[in-house]
Design a protein around this ligand. Sequence first.
Ligand SMILES: Nc1nc2c(ncn2[C@@H]2O[C@H](COP(=O)(O)OP(=O)(O)O)[C@@H](O)[C@H]2O)c(=O)[nH]1
Ligand SMILES: [Mg+2]
Length: 344
Amino acid sequence: MKLGITGLSGAGKSTVFEALTREFNEGGNKTENRLGTIRVPDVRIDRLSEIYKPKKTIYAQVEYFLPGQTGHTKDAGADETAWAPVRDADALIHVVRNFPLFGLEEPHPVKDFMALDQELILIDLAQAEKRIARMDAEAGKAKKPDPEERDLLGECHALLEQETPLRRHPHLAFARKLRGFAFLSAKPMLVLFNNTDDDDSLPDAGAAVSEENCMVIRGKLEHELAQMTDEEAAELLEEFEISASATDRVVKQSYKLLGLISFFTVGEDEVRAWTIKEGTSALDAAEVIHSDIKKGFIRAETISCDDFMDAGSMAAAKKKGTLRLEGKTYEVKDGDIINFRFNV
Ligand SMILES: Nc1nc2c(ncn2[C@@H]2O[C@H](COP(=O)(O)OP(=O)(O)O)[C@@H](O)[C@H]2O)c(=O)[nH]1
Ligand SMILES: [Mg+2]
């Protein structure tokens, strides 16, 4: 699962990527694709690790992908090739410039956001149109095209024509029959307004972005913070009156955007976060750890992290009845601590 970083040229994509991943590439090759894997901060794992003092502590991770593009430039039109690198991303981070940059016009964050969003809608529209025309041409033939797919595409087409991104309509965005199209506007999106150092408020955007997932990041400031020692960073945080780096929030939000949650396994050897899709059953969660655990699944000994912290220990939790046995079909919740009982 990875998030593709997109945005107009000069929006701060490279700056944000480096702040998030802490992988710096000063004066390096700007046209190379970059992939960064980083851990998802989680206080629950911090606490569990303090309690169990394991040999290893493993956090969940997310991946960010920065295409080594020449970039989207204004007035380029709906340039499909510029989007090709993020086609297979599971979600998009759209970085929007909200700071003055020498050589570029004054920032117009909302206008910029909409320009690029419209581009992605147009590309989807053209793709849907082409496929619909093909299907309709084949409708009279012996091997008829799938009517369900045709209906879904018709729905997409109508929405796209009204400049509505498909991500607003989950039944289309997640439709199995449309998966092969990898529509760009169907991908979950986080809009990151990249502000100047002394401004941490969302731009006045009105209705235009009210339905989007929006966050503010001060890219340059975060980029500096990411290169500092903890003491230096603390000083800067104080100076700008911020309680914590925004990158942590962005990373957590990214994980959520992908529809991912964590369950935990604990012990003296290892405290570990495991990543699953929201809605995953205990049986399928078992497989994430090992196929044998799924095969020999008996029960999932389960407690929420909060209940565990309340009880103080597994023994106390058992007495209180908050440590319980769940079966194969139990839907695992974010923050469950699970011990799978299995038989091979
Ligand atoms: N003042 C300010 N400058 C920034 C910020 N983010 C990026 N920049 C600068 O804007 C320029 C373009 O940034 P870059 O990350 O290369 O943009 P990209 O083309 O989207 O990858 C660089 O000179 C950055 O140092 C920011 O938040 N504030
Ligand atoms: Mg760049």
